[in-house]
Design a protein around this ligand. Structure first.
Ligand code: SF4
Length: 171
């Protein structure tokens, strides 16, 4: 019987060390995961705000007391500072969670390949998001829209490359 207790104790110690190592490798804080979108049940239900006509689904939502923290994971991103588009995407999730729960997240988390960034959900970020949404909606009514080539590699992988007159040429 004593051997069984020792084996169970060692197993428990191994599992504890393994979970700590896994947590450290994600770079995310140690909080309860409320939901993450790799499970089928949650995948079918993105967040939606009728007031803002906005919908979206963060990769993870972590519990922070009564508030929730959205987490967006970009495992291929190697940057050492968060990109503006990713910040705005995370801001949209903060707004959606605030709308859904009535409690504003204090921040969201952006996880890149090597770094995790905390993005505070501030009045300034809310304003930037609202202004960006207004610009995007105005663009929807345009008949001519200039292509952005800020990320040239996208042309190389784009499915419209053979029909698009603005496609960048690759050898
Ligand atoms: S091929 Fe055209 S549509 Fe596709 S990424 Fe390039 S510019 Fe955009």
């Amino acid at each position: 019987m004593i051997w069984l207790a020792i084996i169970l104790g060692l197993l428990g110690l191994w599992l504890w060390r393994r979970s700590n190592a896994l947590r450290a490798s994600t770079g995310l804080p140690w909080r309860a995961v409320v939901y993450h979108d790799t499970t089928r049940r949650e995948l079918s239900k993105p967040l939606f705000s009728a007031r803002y006509q906005l919908t979206g689904k963060p990769d993870y939502v972590l519990a922070d007391g009564k508030a929730l923290i959205p987490v967006e994971v970009k495992p291929q991103r190697q940057a050492t500072s968060p990109r503006q588009g990713d910040i705005l995407q995370l801001a949209a999730y903060c707004l959606l969670l605030e709308e859904a729960t009535g409690v504003a997240p204090r921040y969201g988390l952006l996880r890149y390949a090597q770094h995790t960034f905390q993005v505070d959900w501030t009045d300034q970020l809310y304003q930037a998001l609202i202004e960006t949404l207004a610009i995007m909606r105005a663009d929807l009514t345009l008949t001519e829209v200039e292509r952005s080539h800020e990320e040239p590699w996208r042309c190389n992988a784009c499915g419209f490359g053979d029909r698009c007159t603005d496609a960048l040429e690759y050898d």
